[in-house]
Design a protein around this ligand. Structure first.
Ligand code: AMP
Ligand code: MN
Ligand code: MN
Ligand code: MN
Length: 296
């Protein structure tokens, strides 16, 4: 973790949500599986007239630096600290976004180290699983595709495509890395309660990411939300990426039922993916309680 992190975005004093006109509270930089540097993300956000941005890399806050904070502040962009944590709930891989944490919090810093170690161990397991299926995998070459300590399934998928062992990223996920497949290793991740605890102890708001992406029945999803609330979770994404009005209604209903605040984000990873473009985020329905009310 960079030493200058200690000076980054103090959630207690930053006037984050003065005038939230256009928000994006879920996107990725090249510190996880996105393609842009954090500074490039900020510049793109400014071009798209985003007023409030959170960079939510998988299991790392390496995007946050003094340089980034100064750039955003000079341009009038409110930067909210963020991270998308991998965890497990009932043997499923669930993503919990943390927003507005104090990145100087010792427990949170330790959690980031633990997640990085978990990712490395999981990389070994994914490698072994793919080799067990007969793929030729050079772990060092996969690691080279990722930022240090950030190896993940997208990097294995890219490797399989580049070495012509899979025809496309989609095929790699569909056949070997996606949910329930041999390369979908979850054992290394902490439980849901632990991940939520890391966020809340650092003063942040825990948010269930893209609730419909887990392809659970509504009954299962309600059970997840009940456990999430019991663990101290306070919000869920009601708008995620390009979304039709029907799922937005379903998610707004769930948020109301569980008294959860609502967040919204694109889940942007790279330009050219119209279903997840930075800042292309529908407004939250009026009946939702916006997540920023929890910290403004
Ligand atoms: P990991 O953090 O290693 O578990 O990898 C999860 C990431 O893989 C997600 O955040 C997506 O960016 C990516 N991903 C998941 N499913 C797919 C898919 N079917 N096609 C392409 N990318 C995917
Ligand atoms: Mn991702
Ligand atoms: Mn996710
Ligand atoms: Mn994401």
């Amino acid at each position: 973790m960079p030493p200058d992190l200690c000076t980054v975005v103090d959630p207690k004093t930053a006037p984050h949500m003065s005038a939230p006109r256009k928000i994006d509270f879920h996107c990725h930089s090249h510190f996880s599986d996105g393609s842009l540097a954090p500074e490039e993300l900020v510049r793109l956000a400014l071009q798209r007239e985003i007023t409030h941005l959170s960079i939510t890399d998988h299991d790392t806050v390496a995007a946050y630096s003094r340089t980034l904070e100064v750039l955003a502040a000079n341009e009038g962009l409110s930067l909210i600290t963020g991270c998308e944590l991998s965890c497990q709930w009932q043997r499923r891989n669930i993503h919990i976004v943390g927003l507005n944490m104090d990145l100087r919090h010792a427990g949170y810093r330790q959690a980031m180290q633990q997640q990085s170690q978990a990712r490395l161990g999981r990389g070994d397991s994914i490698c072994a699983a793919l080799q067990g299926l007969g793929f030729d995998v050079n772990l060092a070459a996969v690691q080279d595709l990722a930022a240090p300590g950030m190896i993940g399934r997208p990097h294995f998928a890219q490797y399989l495509v580049e070495t012509q062992q899979m025809p496309s990223l989609a095929a790699a996920f569909k056949h070997v890395l996606g949910s329930g497949k041999a390369g979908d290793i979850k054992a290394n991740w902490p439980g849901l309660e632990t991940a939520v605890g890391w966020i809340t102890q650092a003063g942040g708001v825990a948010v269930v990411a893209h609730p419909l992406k887990y392809k659970m029945t509504l009954t299962k999803l309600r059970s997840l939300l009940a456990d999430f609330v019991a663990a101290g979770g306070q919000a869920m994404e009601v708008v995620t990426g390009h979304q039709d009005s029907s799922p937005t209604r379903t998610l707004a209903d769930l948020a109301q039922r569980f008294d959860l605040h609502a967040s919204a984000g694109s889940d942007f990873h790279r330009p050219g993916q119209p279903w997840a473009e930075l800042g292309h985020v529908q407004p939250l329905p009026d009946r939702c309680q916006p997540v920023w009310e929890l910290w403004s």
